[in-house]
Design a binder for this molecule. Structure first.
Ligand code: MCA
Ligand code: AMP
Length: 511
């Protein structure tokens, strides 16, 4: 039997087929070929093994975006390690939690954070550094490893932290099979080939930038216009030379403000994809009018990779919907309590089953069991309905979650920090509409009797422990939180109360 085709194996095949093709095209005009990338992967693989990484060991990476950071991911897969990417915006406390929970063998960090990590280093953890220009200890040696661990589809390939429907961050364990199956389904669905040139401006520590965008290019033999981060000017400049763009809705909101976004600049493009958060129907329509392209919206999750997509061809891409299940994936909408499937048109809890769905949360079998039905469907925590054409429409979230610019923020984490302030009795953190980030974080706080904590002081109190994107953009101090008869805080009521904090209500002329 031939071995299972992992993402790493597909990449190696592409590197053998087209060694001189540029995999990465960088903003300074440099190209990094498939051959060069494959060599870097082998060098990093040798270093990881020298550091003691054995199959199943976690390799954590908190590094800035670079071609070598992708090579680190592939090298981890090559040696049978489990890749654990971490947002570079995380504070020391946040990072410490993930390292403590996942117990990696190696942490690769940016050179400027080495001292901080060495100080906190736990026993048995090897710290390596990797800078944006391939500098750092990770590439110190010239040794190469050519041997590849023969991974099976069920072997873990990555852990990505997410809070699931509730509570503290949990590590979602994705297998080689999950990554390969989802990648294959997307390549087929979006007709992605070696001829594609993908503008890659997403971070590479999440599913979207790593397991959708990068995996598809690496395994198809395509090229990446590889940007360190979102930059509207750079993207508009690249559009005439590219074929595909993948982004979160904020990308499109911002591109629509750019005068260079025109039908002419987009003439060679064949696909614009949006996901991770709801795309405004208005942006979908404005984009189509300006460029002639209907943005293709799809729906995914850390635990499942991509689940549904609007059609590439053979049907309309409908604004406000996320399309139909990918090949091999099943979606159903059920009554949250009974688990009974609901008729099309009715709003219920979205559940998903398929080769893309993760195996469970890292070392949390009970929490895993609680989020799966007996027949193997995973409870997403999203609410939706199936429309008359069989398209899934997301109508809300059963989980307490704010998505700001495509990043997830768990209100509970911020509430716990605020509640620890000596002048705070309790707090509620909500997401409200924001013109740039889609949603943004707002904290509503009840002070202790007689106290009058200033909003700025409260913001500063939590800031040190939270990545910048989680900071409340507004703090409101109130006498009491609205509660229902059961005593539960009514977040929906708070969201309504503060819905116009950042987006003024539509004037009568607009409605
Ligand atoms: C940056 N800031 C943010 C965010 N990003 N604040 C809230 N939400 C954010 N997303 C902060 C910065 O620290 C800065 O703070 C200020 O906001 C303005 O930064 P700016 O330069 O405008 O931001 P940016 O660097 O341009 O980034 C915005 C962005 C970026 C392009 C939207 O956040 C981004 O690339 N997001 C994509 C996230 C993503 O890949 N999500 C996929 C998750 P200050 O100025 O005060 O210091 S995977 C997923 O969800 C599932 C599986 C799926 O379906 O894909
Ligand atoms: P994460 O936990 O980062 O994987 O975020 C997954 C969540 O993002 C999903 O459960 C949805 O709530 C949301 N999401 C992903 N894609 C979309 C989309 N196209 N429209 C609306 N929400 C989305």
């Amino acid at each position: 039997m031939s071995p299972f085709t992992t993402i790493h194996r597909s990449f190696v095949e592409q590197a053998e087929r087209r060694p001189d093709k540029a995999l990465f095209e960088l903003p300074d005009g440099r190209g990094v070929t498939y051959r060069k990338t494959a060599e870097t992967v082998q060098r990093i693989a040798a270093r990881l093994v020298a550091d003691g990484v054995a199959p199943g060991d976690r390799v954590a990476a908190q590094v800035h975006k670079s071609p070598e950071a992708i090579a680190l991911y592939l090298a981890t897969l090559q040696v049978g390690g489990v890749f654990l990417p971490l947002n570079t915006a995380y504070t020391g406390n946040e990072t410490g939690y993930f390292l403590g929970d996942a117990q990696p063998r190696v942490l690769v960090c940016a050179p400027e954070r080495e001292t901080e990590h060495t100080r906190r280093a736990q026993e048995g953890l090897v710290i390596e550094t990797l800078g944006v220009s391939g500098d750092g200890s990770l590439l110190d040696d010239d040794a190469r490893r050519t041997e590849t661990y023969e991974a099976s589809a069920d072997d873990p390939a990555a852990i990505l932290y997410t809070s699931g429907t509730t509570g503290r961050s949990k590590g979602a364990v994705l297998t080689h099979g999950n990554l390969a199956a989802n990648c294959r389904a997307l390549l087929d669905s979006w007709r992605f080939t070696a001829d594609d040139r993908l503008i890659h401006a997403l971070p590479i520590f999440h599913i979207h930038g790593l397991f959708v965008a990068a995996n598809m290019a690496l395994t198809a033999g395509a090229s990446l216009h590889y940007l360190p981060k979102f930059d509207a000017d750079a993207i508009v400049d690249l559009l005439p030379r590219a074929t595909v763009l993948m982004g979160v809705p904020t990308f499109y909101t911002r591109l629509l403000k750019h005068p260079g976004l025109t039908a002419e600049t987009c003439a060679g493009m064949r696909l614009f994809v949006s996901g991770s958060a709801p795309l405004l129907a208005g942006d979908h329509e404005s984009f189509a009018t300006r460029t002639g392209h209907a943005i293709l919206e799809r729906y995914g999750m850390t635990e499942t990779g991509m689940n549904t997509t609007n059609p590439y061809e053979g049907g309309p891409r409908k604004p406000g919907t996320v399309g139909k299940p990918l090949p091999g994936t099943e979606i159903r909408v059920v009554d949250a309590e009974s688990g009974e499937p609901l008729p099309d048109g009715e709003v219920g809890s979205i559940e998903v089953r398929g080769p893309n769905v993760f195996t469970g949360y890292w070392r949390l079998p009970e929490k895993t069991a609680a989020e799966f039905r007996a027949d193997g469907f995973f409870v997403t925590g999203d609410l939706g309905r199936i429309d008359e054409d069989g398209y899934l429409c997301l109508v809300g979230r059963g989980k307490d979650l704010v998505i700001t610019g495509g990043y997830n923020v768990y209100p509970k984490e911020i509430e716990e920090l605020l509640d620890a302030h000596p002048e705070v009795v309790e707090s509620a953190v909500i997401g409200v509409p924001h013109p740039d980030f889609g949603e943004t974080v707002v904290a509503v706080v009840v002070p202790t009797p007689g106290a009058q904590p200033a909003a700025e002081e409260l913001r500063e109190f939590v800031a040190g422990d939270l990545a910048r994107f989680k900071h409340p953009r507004a703090v409101r101090v109130v006498e009491a939180l609205p509660r229902n008869v059961m005593g539960k805080v009514q977040k929906a009521e708070l969201r309504k109360r503060y819905e116009s904090l950042f987006t003024p209500p539509a004037s009568p002329a607009d409605t």
